[in-house]
Design a protein around this ligand. Structure first.
Ligand code: SAH
Ligand code: SF4
Length: 359
């Protein structure tokens, strides 16, 4: 068998290669992180970009089996930020030179919701002199809605495909029209056609998942020609149907380590995209973000949702809430970036070179 260091020097990777990379331990794992660090400096530099995350609403029409804010969970205090609250958060991001926002929420599809988001996008552009970049993460929508939001000022969209394996996808979602694997995948193509920078991702450590499926997930991301990725460990939520499988999961620390290797493997596979260190990583390990940067991530999304709502956007148990505000303060995040040897991309949109080349 080929030496691991030789494998890392390849530019094309098969599923078996990816599986070997995801299984790397000890010395090989360190070789992987070192190689990925070099690739990152070469292709995207040493900057880490900031996106202020606004969790606009926890009202959702869907019932994904893993998610704490699923429609049928009656133990959630549902909320919807008003325009003033969103604009105040946007002003905070602008003042602190985050340069970009991510607006995320439950999935809703209606004319009034479409107009509400359109109006907000235009207002955010207006109050920031067009300086704030805006990413949306509001679930699947029709092509015309994606277009209207793009025309109103959003230029990036995050829609994780959650798992490329159709059987696994069906086991973690209800089997109905609203949770169609086909529609999810098609939505990613629609976003690209509308002109968005397209982001996707998966959860890592789901029940019934294995290394082979994760390797396929990475290759699917390459096929989809994505520009951005946000991946995180699956963390159980006590009020969800998947909770009953919690004894079958791999230990939480292993889910975390596997996430680091997924980030590194993706950076190896597609050198020039944006990859985020996610909140779910920070939830498992207080140094989760630092470790993610060292494994190849170059984006961080401090949560700037008004504190009083943070305890109601609980996708999984132990998600950082209002008590952890400090962790997402600009000061703390900038310090983490610098202490890890990276440079904060202050005032820069930080579009991925991959997207620029694609256009
Ligand atoms: N409703 C939108 C955006 C909000 S959910 C959508 O679903 O696209 C954002 C992401 O949170 C989902 O894509 C999913 O990958 C992640 N998520 C949900 N429940 C989770 C859990 N229990 N553990 C880890 N991540 C979870
Ligand atoms: Fe709704 Fe997204 Fe949670 Fe699914 S993952 S229930 S679409 S918020």
């Amino acid at each position: 068998m080929k030496a691991f260091s030789e494998l890392l020097n390849q530019t094309e990777f098969s599923k078996d290669d990816m599986m070997r990379i995801l299984s790397a331990e000890e010395n090989d794992e360190q070789l992987l992180f070192n190689k990925v660090h070099q690739l990152r400096l070469k292709h995207i530099g040493n900057k880490v970009y900031l996106r202020g995350l606004i969790e606009i609403s926890n009202i959702c029409s869907k019932n994904c089996y893993y998610c704490g804010i699923r429609k049928d969970n009656k133990n959630v205090n549902r909320y919807l930020l008003n325009d003033e609250e969103v604009l105040k958060a946007a002003e905070y991001a602008h003042k602190n030179k985050f340069a970009s926002l991510v607006i995320q929420g439950g999935e809703l599809e209606s004319e009034s919701w479409t107009i509400r988001i359109e109006t907000l996008l235009r207002k955010i552009k207006e109050i920031s002199n067009n300086e704030l970049g805006i990413t949306l993460s509001l679930g699947e929508q029709s092509e015309s809605i994606f277009r209207r939001w793009f025309d109103a000022g959003a230029h990036r969209y995050l829609l994780r495909f959650e798992s490329s394996d159709i059987n696994l996808y069906h086991r973690i979602h209800p089997n109905d029209e609203l949770h169609s694997y086909k529609r999810r995948m098609e939505a990613i193509d629609l976003l690209r056609n509308c002109g968005y920078q397209v982001g996707t991702g998966v959860m890592i450590g789901l029940p019934w998942q294995n290394i082979e499926i994760l390797a396929e997930d990475l290759l699917r991301m390459k096929d989809l020609d994505i520009d951005m990725c946000g991946m995180g460990p699956y963390i159980e939520h006590h009020d969800t149907p998947l909770y009953k499988y919690k004894e079958e999961l791999i230990p939480i620390q292993e889910r975390f380590n596997l996430t680091l290797k997924m980030i590194a493997a993706l950076r190896l596979l597609i050198n020039d995209i944006n990859i985020a260190g996610t909140t779910a990583m920070q939830c498992i390990d207080p140094e989760g973000r630092e470790k993610a940067f060292k494994a190849g991530a170059n984006v961080v999304m401090p949560n700037i949702t008004p504190s009083k709502y943070k305890d109601s956007y609980l996708l999984y148990d132990n998600k950082p809430g209002s008590n952890d505000d400090e962790d997402d303060s600009t000061e703390k995040v900038l310090k983490i970036i610098e202490d890890t040897g990276f440079e904060a991309g202050i005032g820069l949109w930080g579009d991925s070179p991959h997207f620029k080349k694609r256009n």
